[in-house]
Design a protein around this ligand. Sequence first.
Ligand code: SAH
Length: 385
Amino acid sequence: MATLVLKPGSDRRLRSGHPWVYRTEIADLKGDWSAGEAVSVVDAHGHFLGRGFYNPRPAIACRLLTRRDEPVDGAFFLRRLRAALGYRQAASLIAEAYRLCWSEADGLPGLVVDRYGPASVIQPLTLGMERALPWITEALGRLFPRGPICRVDDPTAARIEGFEPRREGGMEVMVVEGECRFTVSLGAGQKTGLYLDQRDNRRIVAALAPGRRVLDAFCYMGAFACQALKAGAGEALLLDSSAEALAGARRNLALNGLEARAELRQGNAFDELRALESRRQRFGLVVLDPPPFTRRKEAVEAAARGYKEINLRGLRLLEPGGVLATFSCSHHVPPALFEDICREAAGDAGIAVRVLGRLGQSRDHPVLLTVPESRYLTGLVLEIV
Ligand code: SAH
């Protein structure tokens, strides 16, 4: 196994509990190596720090998998995935659809595994994890002996890491989430099928929905709207720019017998929110769950302008006593910044709101304190006073 030698001082992040090594922090790579294989990482004095998969192509060239002197092999993956399952069992997070493995937060940086009914969906986010798929598949086969396994690569990660993105074993499953049923096309659409990170928040928001008219902006497959309607919302308007997402939303509404109380509209939310306002449409509950407005640190300011604009418009669409449930899933926008943005939006709109709740990602997407990037979803529930 090759040895990756860090530059002096470049061991600081690793020693603080963060697993990443940037390409620019590497002094030397000793021995034979091949991209995607495990290397030992040592500091400038040769002290062992751990092992991780190495890839010279991306900016993050290595993510530590272990800090022990142990082989990274099939048995290692089985231990890690079993621990991930154990945490979720102990915390009562096992549902029909849940995240089994959340990358760094489960000690397997670069690997996402979601469970949908009997199926496991693997998403490798690094070349090392792509190469390790046979071990991962075998470990999953041990933990869940009968279920099918699909692979849903993220094209952006595959491009950055230098592997051919694949989607294998696509299938349709139906899963129950709370009071609703959702059809999920594994291997098609966004994420691994559903936005599982919003599961807890859908329940929290649905509890506020009874009797209200709901706007579900950036609705994807309509999960927020379905839960809100099922909980007793009067009617819902679902908005998304993707025809495919709306087709899925229509199917989910019908599956739950909710289509008569729902209207779907395709369009750019920025324009549609403005149009709704000028037509004097008002709602008792507005949900804003946009895609990340930035994936880069340098673009945070532009992203903040986007978040401010939709939140300003969302607030203006509320009727007296109305509730706004608003989210950001850009990990470059931490909760404090998101709160600042929403504060400015409320100030500009001249609307006083009470904070009913501060939200994060569902607990099957754990957050490691020493890895701030593991927390990316933040949300606020605001009520007009
Ligand atoms: N709330 C959903 C997840 C939303 S994901 C859930 O709980 O499952 C974000 C959605 O925003 C995607 O479906 C995407 O198609 C949509 N989207 C992206 N940009 C948009 C825009 N400018 N206007 C409207 N929808 C947009």
